[in-house]
Design a protein around this ligand. Structure first.
Ligand SMILES: Nc1nc(=O)c2c([nH]1)NC[C@@H]1CN(c3ccc(C(=O)N[C@@H](CCC(=O)O)C(=O)O)cc3)C=[N+]21
Length: 294
C-alpha cells in the first residue's frame, strides 16, 4: 500500500506557484490577488478560509478577506459581490459555503463573474468543464486529478466508482474522469444515497472516490484487493480525548481498507490540502488569463 500524500504534493504545487509569482514580480507585473468572502462564524469555515489566506501569504499572492455578519441580507451580499466583480485589483474570489439559510446560494453563485470564479462553481464554468473548454475546474476534483497524475495512476478503461453526487465534488468528478485522455477514459459509476447494493458496485471498482460525509462508511469488505481509494470526507467527530475536542474523520475505514488498497489517501493530509493548492492554482490561472486579455 502506498499513501497518496496530499500534504506533500500540495507543498510541491505551492512551491511551483511561488516560482511563477517570483517571475511575475521580476517582470514588474501585478501578482495574483485572491479574495474570500466569509459570512458568519461557522467554526470549520473560519479554519478553511484562514488557511486559504495564510497560503496566499506563503506563496506571495495578495489576499483580501471579507468577513461579513451572518445578519447580512441577500441583497447586501449581492452588492458586495458586484464590487468584487468590478474591482480590477481582484483576480479571483470565492464565497465560502455553506451560507446562512436566508441567503439563496444559487443566486449568489450565479452573481459571481465567471472569469473570477476560481471555485469553478458558476454554471458557465461547469458547462465549459463538461464540454472540455477552458474553464475553472472546482478545486477538490482538480486536486484529485493532480494526485492521480503525480502518482501515475492508470485510469484508462478502469472502473471508477464515485460516491456522492454533490455539485462541488461527486458530479464534476464523474464528468472529469470520463473525459477523453489522461487522467480520464474511465468507466464511471456515480453512486449516491439512493443507490441499491452499493457494496456490490464498490467491490467491482478499480478506483473509488468517496465524497459522502459519512465517517467510516467504506469498510474493508466493500473493496477488492489492489483498489485505489480517494477519501474526500472530512467530518468533525466529537472526541473528548482529542486536543481540539473533535477528530477529523474520513468516509473510509482506513484501518480496514488500507490493508487491501494499492493507493489510499489519509484524512487529514490527503484531499483537503490539495483543495487549497488548486484554489491557488486557479487564482494564478485567473491572473494569467486576465493579463492576456488586457
Ligand atoms: N466556496 C467554497 N469553496 C471551497 O473550496 C469550500 C467551501 N466553500 N466550503 C467548505 C469546503 C471544504 N473545503 C476544505 C478545504 C481544505 C480542507 C483542509 O485543508 N483539510 C485538512 C484539515 C483541516 C482541518 O483541520 O479541519 C486536511 O484534510 O488535512 C478541508 C476542506 C473547502 N471547501
Amino acid at each position: 500500500m502506498q499513501l497518496l500524500d496530499g500534504k506533500k504534493i500540495s507543498n510541491d504545487i505551492k512551491n511551483e506557484i511561488t516560482v511563477e509569482v517570483q517571475k511575475m514580480k521580476d517582470r514588474g507585473e501585478k501578482v495574483p490577488h485572491l479574495a474570500a468572502v466569509l459570512v458568519g462564524n461557522n467554526g470549520a469555515s473560519l479554519t478553511y478560509v484562514g488557511s486559504k489566506v495564510r497560503s496566499c501569504e506563503q506563496i506571495g499572492f495578495e489576499s483580501t478577506l471579507l468577513h461579513l455578519e451572518d445578519t447580512i441580507t441577500e441583497e447586501e451580499l449581492l452588492v458586495k459581490i458586484d464590487e468584487l466583480n468590478q474591482n480590477d485589483e481582484i483576480d479571483g474570489f470565492i464565497v465560502q459555503l455553506p451560507l446562512p439559510k436566508h441567503i439563496d446560494e444559487q443566486k449568489i453563485l450565479m452573481a459571481i463573474d465567471s472569469s473570477k470564479d476560481v471555485d469553478g462553481f458558476h454554471p458557465e464554468n461547469f458547462g465549459k468543464m463538461a464540454m472540455d473548454m477552458e474553464s475553472f475546474i472546482p478545486a477538490t476534483p482538480y486536486g484529485i486529478l493532480e494526485l492521480i497524475e503525480r502518482y501515475k495512476i492508470e485510469t484508462s478503461g478502469k472502473h471508477t466508482v464515485v460516491i456522492g453526487r454533490s455539485h462541488i465534488v461527486g458530479r464534476p468528478m464523474s464528468i472529469l474522469l470520463s473525459r477523453k485522455g489522461y487522467p480520464g477514459d474511465s468507466t464511471v459509476t456515480l453512486t449516491h444515497s439512493r443507490t441499491e447494493n452499493i457494496a456490490e458496485i464498490t467491490r467491482s471498482a478499480d478506483i473509488i472516490i468517496s465524497a459522502l460525509g459519512v465517517p467510516n462508511f467504506l469498510k474493508g469488505d466493500m473493496v477488492k484487493e489492489g483498489v485505489v481509494v480517494i477519501d474526500v470526507g472530512i467530518t468533525r467527530v466529537p472526541d473528548a480525548t482529542a486536543e481540539k475536542g473533535y477528530v477529523i474523520t474520513g468516509d473510509v475505514d482506513f484501518e480496514e481498507v488500507s490493508k487491501k488498497a494499492s493507493f489510499i489517501t489519509p484524512v487529514p493530509g490527503g484531499v483537503g490540502p490539495m483543495t487549497i493548492a488548486m484554489l491557488l492554482k486557479n487564482t494564478l490561472l485567473a491572473r494569467e488569463r486576465r493579463m492576456k486579455k488586457q
